[in-house]
Design a protein around this ligand. Structure first.
Ligand SMILES: Cc1ncc(COP(=O)(O)O)c(C=O)c1O
Length: 411
């Protein structure tokens, strides 16, 4: 039986405890949605004001050179790469995940012109599937998108598959694909793999080069705390750097953007995956969060992520056993990410009641209440206290009020 005292003890021996102070933590709020939009780093305010008031307001156009705006996407890519074993010169930050996925998918398909199958799974984030569907429509349905259950992906890889396109951590259940095994099988069959690391980056250790990963995309506004709508990252293995180009190109990816040549010439390596001018204000948010992430030990992060998830699952199952809640996904922490979902037929109103009580998670259709645990700022005491609120809401049926049933646009 876990007690609040146990939770406090776990927090007292947490080697990452001091990181919480580097974020803006709203008062009287338990925030378990860092897997959707991470807390704001305190440094973001000063960094953004610096860009606004000095670099934009005063230095204006000279900032592209003077403040290195033009190089920022590649520099930030290199800093992010440390967290994911991505090496140097293999990552860039630009655009959004879905757009980047389109770029990588077109590049990967061009590397396997004789194959016509894109393999993915039914647990993938729908937008990723829409990107593949849209591309295939554009290609006059020359390819097919083969969808199998997540557990069946490994066995479904055969010599017809051009590209396996999967999300490592399932956005609903947190089920984790075995990256190494899947890549090894794909390569043995001559296929390439594109990973969506949106729920992995800043949540679990990733070893891009060690796993021989071909391509990856991921999000910076979730666990990486770069701010709403901040640009996404892309990884391209050095073996593919100069052998192929994405179908979506623009002057930022050209070899000589300021030569203004009429014909496109792909830039070296990862730079060719940029298209046009990047959102410098959003990059300021990422730059501020990287000041924190540069100091993080990923082994410690993984240990705390496991501990927070385990504690939450144990507390819910121990204290809310009388109610209709069942754990979604794996129990084994090595086979899941850093969020936990419970299924309930009343999931939507339960989550609305929690939010009203200032415990923030979210709801994922059809029936999951989802809680993201950010190891840099969440605590075990928060886990205990949130479960106390959850228990009260279930016990008193607080969720069963009309105000909690109306679906909002964003769930
Ligand atoms: C796993 C995953 N992939 C893709 C996306 C889409 O990202 P974007 O809106 O930046 O294109 C999301 C958004 O939450 C996601 O969770």
């Amino acid at each position: 039986m876990i007690t609040r005292k146990d939770c406090l003890q776990l927090d007292a021996s947490d080697p990452l405890a001091s990181f919480r102070d580097r974020f803006v933590v709203p008062e009287n709020l338990i925030y378990f949605d860092g897997n959707s939009l991470g807390l704001m780093p305190k440094a973001a305010r000063a960094r953004t004001l610096q860009v606004l008031e000095q670099e934009w307001a005063q230095d204006l156009i000279t900032s592209w050179n003077k403040h290195g705006w033009f190089q920022e996407p590649v520099k930030l890519g290199d800093r992010l790469a440390r967290l994911m074993g991505g090496g140097t010169g293999n990552m860039v930050v630009a655009d959004g995940i879905s757009i980047n996925l389109f770029k990588l998918l077109t590049a990967a398909l061009a590397l396997r012109p004789d194959r016509k199958v894109i393999l993915s799974d039914t647990g993938n984030f729908p937008s990723d599937l829409y990107v593949a569907q849209g591309l295939n429509t554009f290609l006059n349905n020359s390819h097919s998108l083969r969808l199998v259950a997540p557990e069946a992906v490994l066995d479904a890889i055969d010599e017809t598959v051009a590209v396996v396109m999967v999300t490592e951590i399932d956005y609903r259940t947190a089920r984790k694909h075995d990256m190494k095994a899947l890549i090894a099988k794909a390569h043995a069959k001559g296929a390439l793999v594109i990973w969506d690391l949106s729920h992995s980056a800043g949540a679990i250790p990733v070893d891009l080069l060690g796993s021989d990963c071909d391509f990856a995309v991921g999000c910076t506004y979730k666990f990486l705390n770069a701010g709403p709508g901040a640009p996404a990252f892309m990884f391209v293995h050095p073996n593919h750097h100069n052998t192929v180009s994405p179908a979506l190109v623009g002057w930022w990816g050209d070899a000589h953007p300021f030569a203004f040549n009429l014909d496109y010439e792909p830039g070296p390596g990862i730079t060719r995956y940029q298209v046009g001018t990047q959102p410098i204000l959003s990059l300021a948010g990422l730059s501020a969060s990287m000041e924190i992430w540069d100091d993080v030990d990923m082994v410690q992060l993984d240990a705390k992520r496991k501990s927070l998830c385990e504690t939450f699952i144990a507390c819910v199952e121990q204290r809310c056993a009388d109610f209709d809640l069942s754990l979604a996904g794996q129990r084994d922490m090595t086979r899941r990410g850093s969020h936990v979902s419970f299924r309930s037929i009343n999931g939507y109103p339960i989550m609305q009641a929690l939010i009203k009580a200032r415990v923030i998670g979210d709801f994922r259709a059809p029936d999951m209440i989802r809680f993201g645990f950010a190891p840099l700022y969440n605590t075990h005491a928060e886990v205990w206290d949130a479960v106390t609120v959850l228990h009260d809401i279930l016990q008193n049926r607080t969720w069963d009020r009309p105000e909690f049933t109306t679906r909002k646009t964003v769930t």
